[in-house]
Design a protein around this ligand. Structure first.
Ligand code: 5AD
Ligand code: SF4
Length: 368
């Protein structure tokens, strides 16, 4: 019975993979309400009710990769490519700092060339210097050599997000072109950990052909990797991509429910990690991110970049907030968070308690 599982998790016992699967299969409104409530209770206990905000800066939409689902894939010629200047990025970072967001996320398509690597190194250094070290910096810039991850870490970045997209190798293969390698992605996640980053990963849910077993495996993967943060979201078809063109139809409520179940079960399974309520949730329902928080998420990443480029960073369709400047969306977000009883953690890097615990354990295991 699912109630037993929820009690088990709330009593501090770890759930196993088959139990993740059982919870992910819940469908009835009362069952879902109980699941989300249990995850919310556990969230309050492990990470509290203070939402951590990160100012999101979409630095560039050039991408050397060609993921079959993504609107900024290399072969999508229907979009205008852009790259923000260092000055524009710094301006967005200053805004995030002024808003008290505590940290920024630099996100872009994937590039591994020297010019790009050098540009990011310089920008990270300058964000650190200009904010007198106040702003935490998370990078979400794809697969790189370990030396590059190290260079960016030494420049001042301390968290890195690299989604595994699907932890099931067979499904990973189906949604990526042949030159994308699951093993390299895993290797990158290990490199990030070796370098010393707080590591985040995540997956998409409701991919064509994906089963509940696959999703349970994703959560088991997060645990095995012992990650500090999770960014997951519903897959949303984009018509100018091979996967989106082949499977254009979807049911928004069904997608949202599945994504919320993933958040809830991940919270029950991983306890004290940071879990993002991503923009893709808000694409499916105006209050999608708030529902994410009530199902166990504790991080939101409001866009602090200029509105001018937002419409060019469309990984999926109907992305919200395209013409809303950062100040307007900040005001709305604060109001909607207060309305659901959440507070905002200002002036704080917002590292996950899981990372602090992991560091403590590592220190204690070093013989003195
Ligand atoms: N639907 C939902 N998420 C997507 N992403 C890329 N394309 C889509 C899509 N069509 C996500 C991927 C990637 C992140 C930057 O955006 O998970 O890691
Ligand atoms: Fe590039 Fe990431 Fe989109 Fe893949 S998902 S095409 S790596 S931006």
């Amino acid at each position: 019975m699912y109630q037993k599982l929820l009690q088990k998790a709330l009593a501090g016992h770890r759930l196993v993979r088959s139990e993740y699967r059982e919870l992910l299969a819940l469908e009835k409104p009362a069952e879902l309400a109980a699941l989300f409530q249990a995850a919310y209770q556990l969230k309050l206990r492990t990470v509290g009710n203070r939402v951590r905000l990160r100012g999101l800066i979409e630095v560039a939409n050039y991408c050397a990769k060609n993921c079959c689902y993504c609107g900024i894939r290399r072969d999508n010629h229907a979009i205008r490519r852009y790259q923000l200047s260092a000055a524009e990025i710094l301006e967005a970072a200053v805004l995030a700092d002024r808003f008290g967001y505590g940290s920024v996320v630099l996100q872009a398509g994937e590039r591994e060339d020297d010019e790009w690597v050098g540009f990011i190194t310089e920008v990270v250094r300058r964000i650190k210097a200009d904010s007198s070290g106040r702003l935490g910096i998370t990078l979400s810039l794809g697969e790189q050599r370990e030396a590059v991850y190290r260079q960016w870490f030494e420049a001042g970045a301390h968290r890195y997000l690299l989604r595994i997209e699907s932890s099931v190798p067979e499904l990973y293969r189906r949604i990526h072109p042949p030159d994308h390698d699951y093993r390299r992605r895993l290797e990158c996640l290990r490199s990030l950990r070796r370098v010393g980053y707080q590591v985040g990963t995540g997956t998409m849910s409701d991919l064509p052909g994906q089963t509940l077993d696959d999703l349970a495996s994703d959560i088991a993967f997060f645990r095995e990797l012992d990650v500090d943060m999770i960014g997951m979201g519903p897959y949303i078809p984009h018509p100018d991509t091979p996967l989106g063109a082949a499977h254009p139809d979807f049911d928004a409520e069904k997608k949202l429910t599945l994504a919320l179940k993933m958040i809830a079960v991940t919270r029950l399974a991983l306890l004290d990690v940071n879990i993002a309520a991503t923009t893709a949730l808000q694409t499916l329902a105006a209050d999608g991110r708030e529902r994410g928080l009530l199902a166990g998420a504790n991080v939101i990443m409001p866009n602090v970049g200029e509105v001018a480029h937002r419409k060019d960073y469309l990984l999926y369709t109907n992305k919200p907030g395209l013409d809303e400047n950062a100040a307007v969306s900040r005001g709305k977000l604060e109001a909607s968070l207060h309305a659901i009883g959440e507070e905002i953690a200002y002036e704080d890097w917002g590292d996950s308690p899981h990372f602090a615990a992991r560091r403590r354990a590592e220190r204690e295991s070093v013989p003195s």
